[in-house]
Design a protein around this ligand. Sequence first.
Ligand code: HEM
Length: 468
Amino acid sequence: KPSNMPPGPTEIPILGGMPVLDEKQAHPLREKYGDIVTVRTGAIRTVILFDYKTSKEVMARADMAGRPDIFKAFSIDEQKTGGIALSEGPQWQHDRRFMLRNLRNLGMGKTYLEDAVHVEAEALVEDLKKYDQQPIAYPDSFRTAALNIIWQMTASRRYDLRSEEVKLIYEASKDLQSSSMALTMMPFFFPFLRKLPNILQKIFFKQNLVDAFIEKMRATITKTVDEHEEQLDLDNPRDLIDEYLKEMKEQEHDKETLYRKGALLQIVNDLFDAGSDTINTTIKWVVYVLARYPQVTKKIQHEIDEVVPRDRMVSLQDKPNLPYVEAFITEILRFSSLTGLNVEHTAMQDTTIEGYFIPKGTVVVNSNYAIHFDPQYWDQPHNFSPERFIDEDGKFQAPKEGFFAFSSGRRQCPAETLARMEVFLFATAIIQNLEILVPDGVQLSDDTHNLLGIRVPVSDTFIYKPRS
Ligand code: HEM
C-alpha cells in the first residue's frame, strides 16, 4: 500500500480483504479507523468517507469525477465509454450536458410536466385499488408509473401499469438483484478470474446474469432507437432520442463528433434505470413509513385535507401551503438514504484528501447513510420526524448541512428537480386517496435490504385501502 494513504484494515497479500458493498459493512470500519478509511479487495483500493464536510468537498471535485472500470461491464454501449452514470472523461461530460439540456427543454422544472405526473399518479392509485384490499408486496406499478414519466420524455411512450412487456424487462434486473452481489463482483476485483473459461465464470460468479441483463436492456433500447430512426422528422423532434438522432445527423461528417449510436443507447439505458428504480424505491419508503408511523400519517392527511379538496389532486402550486408535506418528503429522502453508499467515484490523477495521499485510479465513495444518521447534524437520527424541518413559525425549513441525498458538484444527480417533483406528486396522491395498513399477523421490521446499491425496506407487504 502506498505510504500515507488513509488508515484501514491490514491488507492480506493478493486477496486484500472482503469487499465493502453497502453501508452496513462500512459502518464498523468507521468505528475502528475514523472518518476516512482505505480498504483493498483484490486489485482495487477503495477510500470510504463518512463525514459530511469532507464528502461534500471531495465528491464535487473535478479530479474525483471518474468512475470505476468495473462499471463498464454494465454498459450497453459496445465501446463502453458512452452515457452518463457509468462513464467518465470527455464523452461523459458531453452526454451529461446533452441530457441536462434536453431534460430541461422537455419540461424538467416546468409545470406542464405536472400533468404527465398527475396522469401516472392517478393511474397508480387506481391500480392499487384494484387489489381489493388484499395484502400485496410492492407492485411493479410503482416502477412503471415512474418509468412512464422519463420514458415519455425520452421515447414518447408510456406502458400500461400492468404491462407484460415491461415486466419481462424488470425480470432481468430482479434476477441480478437477487444474486449475491459479492459473487458477481469477484471477477472485477480479481482480474485474473476473468481469464477463467467463460463457462466457469458463469457457474461460479453468475456472469450469465450480468450478460442476460445487458442483453435484455440492449435489445429493448435498440428496438426503441431503431423505431425512432425510421420515423425521424428532423423538423419535429418529439423527444430526447429524436433530439440526439438529429444532432447525430447534423454532425455525421465531423470525424471528432461524440454523437454516436452506442452512446445514445447508454444514455437511454441510464435514464431507464436511474429514472425508474430510484423513484420506485422512494415510493416503497413512503408506503412503509405511512404504515410504520401512524401519527405522522394522521398529521399529513390532515394538512392535505385542509388545503386541497378530495376531488382534486395536489399540485405543485399547493406546496407553500403544505409545509408538513415538504418536511415529510425531505425526511423520506434523509431516512431512506437510497444510495446508502453513494455511487462510486475514482481519482482521475494522483491527489490528496485531508492530507492523505490518493493514487490515481483509487475508488472513492462516501456513506450517505453515515451522513444522514450523524448525531452531529441530526437530533435522534433514528426517529422519523418531519418536524425537524419545520421552523418556529410552522414553515418548512430546508436542511442546510448534513443532507446529501443527491450528492454534490460535477456528478450530482442531474435530475434532482424532476425526482423531487415526482416524489411530491406520487406521495401526495397516495396519501390523499389510500390508507396503508399492515396485514394481520405481520410484524413490521425496521431493517433494509441492499439491492444493487439501493436501500429498500425489508417490510414489503401492505394493504391499500381507499380512504373513506
Ligand atoms: C429520489 C430519487 C433520486 C435520488 C435520491 C438520486 C440520487 C442520485 C445520486 C446519489 C447519484 C450519484 C451522484 C454521484 O455520483 O456523486 C445520482 C446520479 C444520477 N442520477 Fe439520480 N437520484 C434520484 C432520481 C433520479 C432520476 C428520476 C433520474 C433520471 C430521470 C436520475 C438520473 C441520474 C443520473 C443519470 C445520474 C448519473 C450522474 C453522473 O454520473 O454524472 N436520478 N442520483
